[in-house]
Design a protein around this ligand. Structure first.
Ligand code: GUN
Ligand code: ZN
Length: 432
């Protein structure tokens, strides 16, 4: 973290709550100032007022005309799929067999894993993503490689080794015992080291035996503060397969529920083909959903039901799901999320999408006291967005009047070109 005080002047925006349920949940200063010291937020507010309070000699970086917002949080992304992004396929199960499982076998090699992990993290930062909940592969060394690279950058990051002991290539198979042992070892070494955290990472119900589901549930109980991630109800063929494999389960989600995997700090990818019983369980357990619209559209998986999600007040987050998703950009995710919602007759505002990608994800992860907003004491992970980064955005932005119009144009027209700079704990780690 950088030492000493530094201030950043621009249009400062952050959230205090969910704008869907509280119209006063955001704070925005057109001429704003973000004050940072020792890697932490000191204050955010009106520039003309705050400038007077700065100690003499404090440097002020001038980002006027640009937006200063908390860094994006991507709650579901597969780093080992970086090199197979945008592989054409008729759907999830074919895509897994044809591209994903062969590619993931390369991560048995720590050198390969390190090279991809390094590129992956730099790519996140280029896209304005400062925290991610990331999938490694079944190989312990793949998680070690990503943790090591994230530690070098001092990023706040969650990952875990994948658990999968059946219905996959032999080279990607662990056992209930080895998977649990490797997970426990990784938790002991990495969980709580610097800004890193561990996620028990069960690929999905079809690739885990009952014994592995039970072992994962036991680990979850022994380590109540670790995260959990998996996939649920993404695709119709997958849902049918799970019903065949687990005939006694009430639903796909129920397979995880019976294993004790529904709780706070658990993030369920996709969650498209659910019933209201499932939604009730998600909501009351405190588990979160990672909505991955680029992936859901690319793989033809289905449309997330925003009305039903909100009716149950499910903790919702947004995610790229690279390489099922075809972009690392959380602005790109917003673009597609808006259209998925639109097809369901739901208006997903830009204000809410920026909340979901920042403070909302931090709340879902239990980290709202650390990241996702400019509340004093939060880690100074923030980005600078340039609404004039392309000729089209220059023209469109000139016509924007309301905050919603400005953010909507950035979300629907922006990509990594809009990310002018990325800061981790007050240190600039990317500049356009
Ligand atoms: N279901 C099981 N594994 C995967 C994966 O790697 N990507 C996606 N999108 N869905 C999955
Ligand atoms: Zn995924």
């Amino acid at each position: 973290a950088s030492s000493g005080m530094h201030a950043y002047r621009g249009r400062v925006l952050h959230f205090l709550g969910d704008p869907q349920f509280d119209p006063q949940a955001h704070a925005c200063w057109d001429d704003g100032l973000l004050i940072v010291a020792d890697g932490k937020v000191v204050n955010a507010g009106d520039a003309t007022q705050l400038l007077r309070t700065l100690p003499p000699g404090t440097t002020v970086t001038d980002y006027r005309g640009k937006w200063i917002v908390p860094g994006f949080i991507d709650t579901h992304v597969h780093y080992p799929q970086t090199d197979i992004i945008a592989s054409p396929s008729p759907g999830l199960l074919h895509w897994l067999d044809t591209y994903t499982f062969p590619e993931e076998q390369r991560f048995a090699d720590g050198n390969h894993a390190t090279g991809v992990a390094s590129f992956f993290l730099d790519t996140l930062l280029r896209h304005g993503t400062t925290t991610a909940m990331v999938w490694s592969t079944v190989h312990k060394v793949s998680a070690e490689a990503l943790f090591t690279e994230a530690a070098r950058r001092d990023m706040r990051l969650i990952t875990g080794k994948v658990l999968m002991d059946r219905n996959c290539p032999d080279a990607l198979r662990d056992t209930a015992e080895s998977g649990a042992r490797d997970s426990a070892d990784l938790i002991a070494t990495w969980h709580g080291t610097q800004r890193l955290a561990y996620a028990l990472t069960l690929r999905f119900a079809p690739t885990s035996s009952d014994a592995q589901l039970v072992a994962c549930g036991e680990l979850a109980q022994q380590h109540p503060d670790v995260f959990i991630q998996t996939h649920v109800a993404e695709n119709h063929d997958e849902v049918r397969w799970v019903a065949e494999l687990f005939p006694d389960a009430r639903s796909y989600l129920d397979v995880y529920d019976r294993a004790g995997l529904l709780r706070k700090r658990a993030v369920y990818g996709h969650a498209i083909h659910l019933d209201d019983g499932d939604r009730q369980r998600l909501a009351e357990s405190g588990a979160a959903v990672a909505h991955c619209p680029t992936s859901n559209l690319f793989l033809g998986s289905g449309l997330y039901d925003f009305h039903a999600s909100d009716a149950h007040r499910i903790a919702l987050t947004l995610a790229t799901d690279v390489g099922g998703g075809n972009s690392f950009s959380m602005l790109g995710v917003m673009n597609e999320a808006h259209k998925v919602a639109r097809l369901g007759g739901y208006h997903l505002s830009a204000l809410r999408m920026f909340y979901l990608a920042t403070r909302g994800a931090a709340e879902a992860l239990g980290w709202a006291d650390r990241i996702g907003s400019f509340a004093p004491g939060c880690e100074a992970d923030f980005i600078v967005l340039d609404p004039h980064c392309t000729p089209l955005l220059v023209r469109r932005s000139a016509h924007c009047q309301t905050l919603e119009e400005h953010l909507f144009a950035l979300a629907l027209l922006g990509d990594e070109r809009a990310v002018h700079a990325t800061y981790l704990q007050g240190m600039r780690v990317h500049q356009a």
